[in-house]
Design a protein around this ligand. Sequence first.
Ligand code: ADP
Ligand code: MG
Length: 250
Amino acid sequence: MYDIEIKNLSVNYDSVIALKDINLKVKHKEFLGIIGPNGGGKSTLLKVLLGLLKPSKGSISLNTNKPLGYVPQYSHFDSEFPIKVKDVILMGKLSQEMFFHRYSDKEMKKVREIMDAFGLLKYQNRQIGQLSGGQIQKVMIARALIMEPDILLLDEPTASLDSNAKSEIYKILKMINKEKTIIIVSHDLEVISSYIESVACLNKTLHYHGDNNELNKETLEKTYGCPVELIAHGSTPHRVLNRHKEEKND
Ligand code: ADP
Ligand code: MG
């Protein structure tokens, strides 16, 4: 059973073809990384999944009765932006419900649990703009989780973060992935981290690589249209993955 099935999907912006004949099936609790160059259609694909854009052709079926969780590309807050961390997280609810909704004890408890899990409790009353980039991203992920989605979409969540902050975000995503399906899009090959179980390349058309062992330099170069350096901790120039749990040591 798939959480997402995309069939022959095309999306145009007037005369610009952003996505062409995309087919993709995403399994329940899959952790999929979609990589491709800027302008390759990554944000467009997430927006069409969210129902913010209409396909020109094709279909999308979602096997969930909850709204999708979404962390948009790049969140910047002015350092004086007068909203507290916990209120930013609660705003994930506001978009769904009436504006003057009072939060229940249950909702407040949920926010505390998420803040606790993400190490944000001590910042809960701080203004959002006074957090680091990595902390802001954690808040944005917490905000996307407050509606308890089955599927979480993230648009370049680690862009412009340093490597420590990046790996913290991946640790959090790995934890979330125990319960939820995750799709992350990025122009950055760093996304093919060992946390991610399957990879697709997107540059107007999409190529799914499943277990990303088969992802190689040629495929990536075709996607990016330029030479791509792959870092590998092995003898061959491809990505070396962690062993699957059931595989024996040799
Ligand atoms: P990515 O997220 O991979 O950088 P996008 O999905 O943002 O790519 O963009 C894909 C293509 O669609 C690009 O050619 C971009 O210029 C075009 N595009 C994106 N948004 C719009 C828009 N609102 N109007 C017209 N063209 C757009
Ligand atoms: Mg984008």
